[in-house]
Design a protein around this ligand. Structure first.
Ligand SMILES: NC(=O)c1ccc[n+]([C@@H]2O[C@H](COP(=O)([O-])OP(=O)(O)OC[C@H]3O[C@@H](n4cnc5c(N)ncnc54)[C@H](OP(=O)(O)O)[C@@H]3O)[C@@H](O)[C@H]2O)c1
Length: 298
């Protein structure tokens, strides 16, 4: 199977390429990302492509003739999306339109990644069928991207996920677990929001969910996260505990005090029963995932 991974320099992109490359007899992997290949492997075909350039993107896909496309590329910085709305729309919406059009014309399965930020966070433990109501421009753009995929009359899987963490080389952006670990290792005091609830997702699990979606070509929307709902403050405390760092350095702060540019949903978290049943995928607790992460990154 020829698999295209967009955003192959990113956290999920690199992790998925690594996972698929474990079975080279099964998957031929093509990574599409901006600039040079920043992963530490060169045993897959890499194309330096800005996927918002429709002509370049389509020509590249025509040449590859993929069996499946996994779209991990996105503008993921929520405050930057609020500030640079057009740039956000070009990548998070228009590029998804181009990918969907190509998939429709060639009968290709599209796997697209979405987010808990499509919800307003008033309720928590969201099912795939719950009504969205995004609070931020990022959330709006990702909801619109879902609508593009759903309405394009193609074979698709949408995986919604929450607060993804892990480690790969040359990351463009850090993530909550890496950042907390680094700051506490350096003995720095940090303030962490204590009234926003999330179910954090280990990127290795999200990559496995992508692989299941590639293999089964499951259709529809699925929730992917750990099974543990915590405040972001509690998440930081667990990081300190597992990595044996000083919890006293973590100070709580409220959302109101933080004064971020984009609004965040207070309480997300997913109901994972559809994922358990239909993907046969059973995410673990945050604590267990952190232990696994610790074993791989030391
Ligand atoms: N991270 C989270 O907490 C989180 C939570 C919920 C949902 N998600 C969703 O999960 C997916 C993967 O997220 P992630 O954390 O892996 O993101 P990421 O680390 O930011 O990776 C995105 C990748 O896309 C690349 N990219 C950006 N613009 C591009 C363009 N125009 N053309 C080609 N490539 C481009 C980026 O390149 P550069 O490295 O050069 O910028 C980056 O390598 C996204 O759809 C995101 O919305 C993430």
């Amino acid at each position: 199977m020829k698999i295209v991974v967009t955003g192959s320099n990113g956290l999920l992109g690199q992790t998925l390429v690594n996972l698929l490359k474990k079975q080279p007899e099964k998957y031929q992997v093509f990574g599409l990302s901006r600039g040079a290949n920043r992963s530490c492997r060169n045993d897959f075909v890499y194309h330096n492509i800005d996927i918002t350039q429709k002509g370049l993107l389509t020509a590249c896909l025509q040449e590859i003739q993929p069996d499946c496309i996994v779209n991990t590329a996105a503008m993921t910085n929520v405050d930057a999306c609020e500030e640079y709305k057009e740039e956000c729309n070009r990548l998070n919406i228009t590029a998804v339109e181009s990918l969907s059009e190509f998939c429709k014309a060639h009968g290709i399965h599209l796997i697209h990644i979405s987010t808990d930020f499509i919800f307003d966070g008033a309720q928590g433990y969201y099912k795939e069928t719950d009504p969205p109501n995004p609070l931020s421009h990022y959330g709006h753009s990702k909801l619109k991207s879902e609508e593009v995929v759903v309405n394009s009359n193609i074979s698709y899987t949408i995986l919604r996920t929450i607060l993804v963490y892990g480690n790969v080389p040359n990351l463009g952006r850090s993530n909550i677990v890496l950042w907390v670990r680094e700051m506490l290792k350096e003995g720095k005091e940090i303030t962490i929001v204590n009234d926003q609830y999330r179910m954090p997702t280990y990127v290795e699990d999200l990559a496995v969910a992508c692989q299941i979606s590639i293999d089964k070509k499951v259709k529809g929307i699925f929730n992917i996260s750990s099974n543990t709902l915590l405040t972001i403050y509690e998440i930081a405390q667990q990081v300190a505990e597992v990595f044996e760092l000083d919890q006293q350095l973590i100070k709580p702060i409220s959302t109101a005090q933080l004064n971020q540019r984009a609004a965040r949903p207070p309480k997300t978290g997913f109901d994972l029963s559809k994922t358990n049943k239909e993907l046969q995928f059973f995410p673990k607790s945050f604590q267990e995932d952190l232990q696994r992460f610790k074993e791989t990154c030391g």
